[in-house]
Design a protein around this ligand. Structure first.
Ligand code: AGP
Length: 610
């Protein structure tokens, strides 16, 4: 997720671009840049926070009444000056900024290199820029060049493009990434989000997928793919800046919960080419030859990341038959675990900076293990020090309580476990086709669960005064129960206990009394009856029962006081679905209790100390 700003009008562009980028830093902040037109396109960009760009501009600022700017959340290519946007073609005639993921950038790059193009950066964006340049050299006008280029691009994009040969316009277009047009008087704006332009106008056009906007200082024309003019109503923004940064949601946490369908799509689909029966884990091979030497896998992480790794343990062991130990990094690093060159160490971390997880990685590498980092922040310590990296592409996660990053981590576990099983011949082609089809369906299934938000909110209000909460499940349901309990603890500050359902009768059931709430996760259908019998034991001792079950399994209604149904899916993927109600349940309880949901007490987003 990146920040895009464009300006064309009668004021100096640079201050407006910088101001706009500052309001978009929550969308990405590992590098930034501007390209402003004055007798030519003047490009200034810098790694790091926006302040670094401002410092560079002190001696390099360009006057000019038109320009584009970008603040980056790296996906392809770590944070650096050369990887930052805007990207410019060799003749310095076209500059482009992008938010999204160009899934077919490698094949397009091969084509362009064959045509003689050379690339300075590791980014997919530069490929998009050179594609525009390639077509511009054929047709001689920017609008057609952008249309021809985006016809070739697979994936998601929001683009703002300018050309030295015609500085009277900015071309803006989008697919799956947001882009808006701000309407001023003798000036107009392009932005990836409303906060960037609220200071200047509340009148905007919301660009739809595959539409192209030709933005001049005196007007905006919106075209469809056939270049037919579209009449678009003006949307009047009523939010203040703070609300706009949250996309109109009350908290970043709720915004990030609702971003999950796109996050899951962004993390999964680029690794599951539509017309090939393969899983592409970027530069990760996990080949049969490599796996032949692996006799143990550790999945090591902290907090929520650990709970995603625990799901990975169940999956990898069950479908690839390699022993897997999932463990918290703070325990793993001090118990002298048995690690050697036949060990695969998978470390999971949203921030890529968690001290215990970094220490576990270094210990594993020192002992000769092959280390895969599952990381959300490009260029983070874990991303740089792991042998190989699988990025979770969840975008910046602002809320301290992890939601979309956890779902993206689960998707990484789905991909890794399936890849290993495929390489070891543990799943047939037919089974892979079924798995792939189901993975493609997950974003829409998550979307359908989010539509139950009001119902889940009513349940939160019903149970808000519960004395204590137990989250129980068996197998992967238990792994997800641990995440559900953590969410209630960290934002509602309520004591919540995750327990393997079969363990309750060995002591913890003594805690059950009237006023207790038990959240029973029963999505693992083969374990359904066993877990239901545990739920009955708890119900008979006075607890209220809230169950999370697969649609169609109405048997659960005989024992539960309330049920949240999630769409049925392949047994491997129930975790990402059954966790969505847990996130919303905890969120609404915390709101009902009046807590600071985005910044809960005692917690930090990244625990970089031991
Ligand atoms: C999860 O909601 C918490 N914010 C916390 O448990 C977090 O998952 C843990 O600190 C690990 O962080 P990381 O993923 O950045 O390594």
């Amino acid at each position: 997720m990146c920040g895009i700003v464009g300006y064309i009008g009668q004021q100096e562009a640079t201050p407006i671009l910088i101001e706009g980028l500052r309001s978009l830093e929550y969308r990405g902040y590992d590098s930034a840049g501007v390209a402003v037109f004055k007798d030519g396109l003047n490009l200034v960009k810098a790694k790091g926070r926006l302040a670094n760009l401002e410092e560079k501009l002190v001696d390099n600022a360009s006057t000019g009444l038109m320009g584009i700017g970008h603040t980056r959340w790296a996906t392809h290519g770590e944070p650096s000056d050369v990887n930052s946007h805007p990207h410019m073609n060799e003749s310095n005639t076209i500059a482009l900024v992008h938010n999204g993921i160009i899934e077919n950038y490698l094949s397009l790059k091969d084509e362009l290199e064959f045509e003689g193009y050379t690339f300075l950066s590791e980014t997919d964006t530069e490929v998009g820029l050179m594609l525009v340049d390639y077509y511009y050299n054929q047709v001689g006008n920017l609008l057609d060049a952008v249309i021809m280029a985006t016809d070739r691009i697979e994936g998601s994009y929001a683009l703002a493009v300018v050309c030295k040969d015609d500085p009277t316009q900015i071309i803006a277009t989008r697919k799956d990434s947001p882009l808006i047009i701000g309407l001023g008087n003798g000036e107009n704006f392009v932005a990836s989000d409303i906060p960037a332009i609220l200071k200047y106008t509340r009148d905007i056009y919301l660009l739809e997928d595959a539409e192209i906007a030709v933005v001049t200082k005196d007007g905006v024309t919106i075209l469809n793919e056939k270049k037919e003019v579209i009449n678009r109503d003006i949307f009047k923004v009523t939010w203040d800046i703070a609300a706009a940064e949250k996309g109109g949601y009350e908290h970043f946490m709720l915004k990030e919960i609702f971003e999950q369908p796109k996050v899951i799509k962004d993390t999964l689909i680029p690794r599951l080419p539509l017309n090939q029966d393969v899983i592409e884990l970027d530069q990760i091979k996990l080949s049969k030859k490599e796996l032949a030497n692996i006799n143990k896998i550790y999945i090591i992480a902290c907090g929520t990341a650990f709970y995603s790794g625990f799901v990975g343990k169940y999956l990898i062991e069950r479908i690839s038959r390699i022993p897997v130990v999932a463990e918290t990094a703070s325990e793993f690093r001090y118990r002298e675990p048995i690690i050697d060159k036949n060990t695969l160490l998978i470390v999971v971390s949203q921030s890529g900076e968690t001290a215990d997880t970094v220490a576990a990685l270094r210990m594993g590498k020192k002992a000769g293990a092959h280390v895969i980092g599952v990381v959300n922040v490009v260029g983070s310590t874990i991303a740089r020090e792991a042998t190989e990296v699988l990025y979770t592409w969840a975008g910046p996660e602002i809320a301290v309580a992890s939601t979309k990053a956890y779902s993206a981590q689960l998707c990484a576990m789905y991909l890794i476990s399936t890849k290993i099983a495929m390489e070891l011949g543990e799943i047939t082609d037919e089974e892979f086709s079924e798995i792939k089809e189901e993975l493609y369906s997950l974003p829409s299934k998550v979307e359908s669960i989010l539509q139950q938000a009001d119902y889940i909110k009513s349940l939160a209000n019903k149970y808000i005064n519960m004395k204590n909460v137990f989250y129980i499940g068996r197998g992967m349901d238990f792994a997800v129960a641990m995440e559900g309990a953590l969410k209630i603890k960290e934002i509602a500050y309520l004591h919540a206990e995750p327990y393997a359902a079969g363990e309750l009768k060995h002591g913890p059931i003594a805690l059950i009394e009237k006023g207790s709430l038990l959240v029973g996760l029963v999505a693992q259908e083969e374990l359904f009856d066993k877990t239901v019998s545990n739920i009955k034991e708890v119900k008979s001792r006075g607890a209220s029962i809230l169950a999370i079950a697969l649609e169609g399994n109405t048997e659960i209604e005989k024992v539960a006081d309330d049920v949240i149904y999630v769409p049925s899916t392949h047994w491997m993927f129930t975790s990402v679905l059954e966790n969505i109600p847990q996130q919303l349940f905890a969120y609404y309880i915390a709101c009902g209790l009046g807590h600071d949901v985005d910044k809960p007490r005692n917690l930090a987003k990244s625990v970089t100390v031991e």
